[in-house]
Ligand binder design. Structure first.
Ligand SMILES: [Zn+2]
Length: 272
């Protein structure tokens, strides 16, 4: 086999401090979690940068951006164990799955958010790209992941569990009464052009707490994935962007300029 298996997990909307406050024994096994920054505040452009081979940055000062990019691309040599891999391999396509395909990988994507569906621009140079039927099915993705002794595998997975409403429809986590109230009102007022009341501070805190629980849930599923992976498999666990929970009157991400929307966790390491 020419390169290491690569598992790239993107916890959608997972803000750095939600990861930091969660108990994550399995992510801890992979490596030390860092606070990093996403290149974009919402799902599609952020996933696009990851598929270019750009990982969340540290916002370094006093350096040229071109140097930062170059150093980041060199790290792929280490991650994949492919000698001589450099930025040159990434041009002109600027595509991580293309580079991997060129080096004999099978490239697979499993996505949860409909905005990343298989007909969108992101689905290039993938042998197998699938939108999951359920937003919260990391466990289903893991059941689907297979390894091959003769062919390195790339799995790029977008996880919906950490995305609002934070597994509200799942059975494994407690429901939030405040959010339920909002949904109930939406039903009651169907057809009326009335805006829902914005979350109050207490609801924001509950939502943040709920996101922390989803990170712990994801970490539990990760245990199974690490177990079934061959030794040497390289893991990246990160988020596509963060989330605001009431800071400066913001909730969520996307059309928001706030540091909390760009802060993401970054963990990487190899199965030993
Ligand atoms: Zn997202």
């Amino acid at each position: 086999m020419s390169g290491n298996n690569l598992i790239f997990l993107v916890m959608d909307s997972c803000r750095f401090d939600s990861y930091q406050r969660a108990k994550t024994p399995n992510m801890d096994r992979l490596g030390l979690g860092e606070r990093r920054y996403s290149f974009a505040s919402w799902t599609s452009p952020s996933h696009y940068t990851y598929l270019m081979g750009m990982i969340p940055h540290r916002s370094p000062q006093g350096v040229f951006a071109s140097e930062v990019y170059k150093q980041d691309f060199v790290k792929w040599v280490d991650r994949l164990g492919i000698d001589g891999l450099s930025f040159k391999n990434f041009v002109p396509n600027l595509s991580l799955p293309k580079v991997l395909q060129d080096h004999g990988y099978r490239t697979c994507a499993r996505v949860s958010l409909p905005v990343l569906n298989p007909t969108c621009h992101l689905n290039r140079h993938f042998d197998d790209y699938k939108l999951m039927a359920n937003h919260n099915d990391f466990a289903g993705m893991v059941r689907d992941i297979e390894f091959d002794e003769d062919e390195p595998q790339f799995y790029f997975c977008n996880l919906g569990e950490t995305h609002y409403p934070y597994m509200l429809d799942g059975d494994s986590l407690p429901h939030i009464s405040g959010v339920h109230g909002v949904f109930k009102r939406m039903d009651d007022e169907l057809g009326q052009a009335q805006q829902d009341q914005f979350f109050d501070e207490r609801q924001m805190q509950d939502l943040h707490q709920q996101q922390i629980k989803t990170v712990e849930y994801v970490d539990g599923v990760l245990d199974a994935l690490i177990s079934q992976s061959p030794v040497g498999t390289h893991f990246i666990v990160t988020a596509d962007h963060g989330e605001c929970f009431g800071e400066n009157g913001y909730f969520g991400h996307g059309p928001i300029v706030h540091e909390k929307v760009l802060e993401v966790p970054f963990i990487e390491g190899r199965k030993k």
